[in-house]
Ligand binder design. Structure first.
Ligand SMILES: COc1ccc(/C=N/Nc2[nH]nc(C)c2C(=O)Nc2cccc(NC(C)=O)c2)cc1
Length: 279
């Protein structure tokens, strides 16, 4: 099954779900299994024009090997003379970005469940030496039961741990800051998780400014203003993630036990299993 050869003829094409960055997305049904999926169609000439073939191949290589309830599955891919097709998991409630814009902002219960699920997905990726590097509402989808699905691995990378092993002869001579610098890479996702937590609760990202330069200045100074309506517990987690020094950022594995998450956890995990705790 995993190595089935797919073609456009393998699918009944349903409604167009929307336009992604580089292509269109359709709901589709696999004729052989009756399984509903999402078919992402991209023009080869567009991928060449935007010089994203390498990033695109990396997205396929990375996402195909991932198995986690909060990471969108990539089941396979195929191409014809002019187009490339990704066979992706269908997430019933669509883009987080659109839901957030429509709702304005999320309450503590919804935001904390989303953040806990995203932390679980990031922890899974980091254990596989993968950094997402592009965490934002546009790259999140929501499943039928309201569970979050990390998608769009175009920018994620395998940390250079493999390069480290090939350098292993010389690793012994690397100074601490060089070796630690590798770990800094993971911690870019922790910062992004802090920005995302803020944006879910406030409705806009924390350092947003009309001019890029001004945004850059506010980020580098961590010029963070948390509005009074944000709960004390949420503000605490946001501050612990938005730390200038990467090594001071709150570890992912401690997030399920943070007061903001614990306080807002549903008494019984939802049918989708949510963030079931190991008893
Ligand atoms: C217009 O209202 C919608 C409501 C739900 C959807 C569901 N999309 N679900 C998906 N599952 N797997 C993938 C990949 C997608 C997907 O890319 N959806 C998508 C793509 C571009 C735009 C939108 N638009 C919205 C509103 O979600 C959705 C799509 C559209």
């Amino acid at each position: 099954q995993a190595h089935r050869q797919y073609s456009l003829d393998s699918f009944e094409i349903g409604r167009k779900l929307g336009k992604g960055k580089f292509g269109k997305v359709y709901c589709a049904r696999d004729k052989a299994t009756g399984y509903v999926c999402a078919l992402k169609v991209m023009e080869k000439k567009e991928l060449i024009h935007f010089k994203v073939e390498k990033q695109f191949r990396r997205e396929i290589e990375i996402q195909s090997n991932l198995r986690h309830p909060n990471i969108l599955r990539l089941y396979g891919h195929f191409h014809d003379s002019s187009r490339v097709f990704l066979i992706l998991e269908y997430a019933g409630q669509g883009e987080m970005f659109k839901v957030l814009r429509k709702k304005g902002r999320f309450n503590d219960i919804l935001a904390s469940q989303y953040i806990c699920q995203i932390a679980s997905a990031l922890s899974y990726l980091h254990k596989k030496h993968i950094i997402h590097r592009d965490l934002k509402p546009e790259n999140l989808l929501i499943g039928l039961d309201g569970e979050v699905k990390l998608s769009d691995f175009g920018w994620s990378v395998h940390t250079p741990s493999s390069r480290r092993t090939t350098m292993c002869g010389t690793l012994d001579y690397l100074p601490p800051e060089m070796v630690e610098a590798k770990d800094h890479d993971y911690k870019v996702d922790l910062w992004a998780l802090g920005v995302l937590t803020y944006e879910f609760l406030v409705g806009n990202p924390p350092f947003e400014e009309p001019a890029h330069k001004a945004t850059y200045k506010r980020i580098s100074k961590v010029d963070l203003k948390i509005p009074p309506f944000v709960s004390v517990e949420a503000a605490d987690l946001i501050r612990r993630l938005l730390q200038h020094q990467p090594e001071r950022r709150y570890p992912l594995d401690q997030i399920p036990d943070h007061p903001w998450i614990v306080k807002n956890r549903p008494l019984w995990p939802s049918s989708s299993g949510g963030q079931r705790r190991s008893s």
